[in-house]
Design a protein around this ligand. Structure first.
Ligand SMILES: *[C@@H]1O[C@H](CO)[C@@H](O)[C@H](O)[C@H]1NC(C)=O
Length: 223
């Protein structure tokens, strides 16, 4: 036990050192360039002159109103990520509200840059998450009621389904200013341009007709 404080100190030191250098990627793509004219993108966002900051910079009112759930999924995500809410820039946090009609689904998706905690404000949600191949794609699922909180680890596929007879509302918090969203169906069947049928028939072990059918569907993005 005598050595515990020292190991904690060393851990803190190495962690701090790591954080002082490379932050994780803050966007999908950031290819280096030497061209000064086109080199206007950085890993994250530029900062406003602190002297110019006002109280409004720290305020976001975009989560006041319910999202429109009249769509094929019956759900709508309203993001308060750095693109909508510049005040979270460099803070490693963001939020979203998710509105659900009865039966509404926030379909299987994952966040490449953030873990999530989800609070049920209204309604009843069936939630699920799937571990990586290393843990044999174990499926964890639970029914959540008003006031319940569930967590979705970074990078793992998860979903929420409103199994109640009423609208549902959930508030999500993320450990990134720009969590990113990859919706599984959209990222497979609605890429631009389409992924080769040869790839998808083998990957899903179905014939070309099924792949053609799936690629022809309209995959709504509820974000
Ligand atoms: C995953 O499956 C392998 C092979 O069946 C097994 O040895 C291993 O214990 C499983 N791991 C988990 C986390 O279930």
């Amino acid at each position: 036990m005598k050595f515990l404080p020292i190991s904690i100190f060393i851990f803190a030191l190495t962690t701090a050192t790591a954080l002082a250098y490379d932050p994780g990627p803050l966007q999908d793509i950031c290819v280096a360039t030497n061209d000064q004219d086109s080199g206007v993108f950085v890993n994250g966002k530029f900062c406003k002159d602190p002297k110019q900051a006002t109280a409004n910079d720290f305020l976001f009112m975009g989560l006041r109103n319910p999202g429109n759930t009249a769509n094929p999924l019956g759900s709508q995500v309203t993001q308060a990520f750095v693109d909508q809410f510049p005040g979270v820039n460099t803070l490693g946090i963001s939020m979203a509200r998710i509105d659900f009609a009865p039966g509404g689904l926030n379909p299987p998706h994952f966040h490449p840059r953030a873990s999530e905690v989800l609070l049920v404000v209204e309604g009843t949600l069936l939630v699920g998450l799937v571990t990586s191949n290393q843990l044999n794609n174990t499926f964890f699922t639970k029914v959540l009621y008003k006031g319940d909180v569930f967590t979705f680890p970074i990078g793992l596929i998860h979903f929420q389904l409103n199994i109640g007879n009423t609208n549902a509302l959930a508030i999500a918090s993320f450990s990134s200013q720009n969590p990113g969203v990859i919706t599984v169906a959209n990222a497979v069947f609605e890429t631009k341009p389409p992924i080769s049928t040869d790839v998808l028939t083998k990957a899903f072990q179905v014939d070309k007709k099924v792949v053609d059918y799936l690629q022809a569907q309209f995959w709504y993005d509820n974000n």
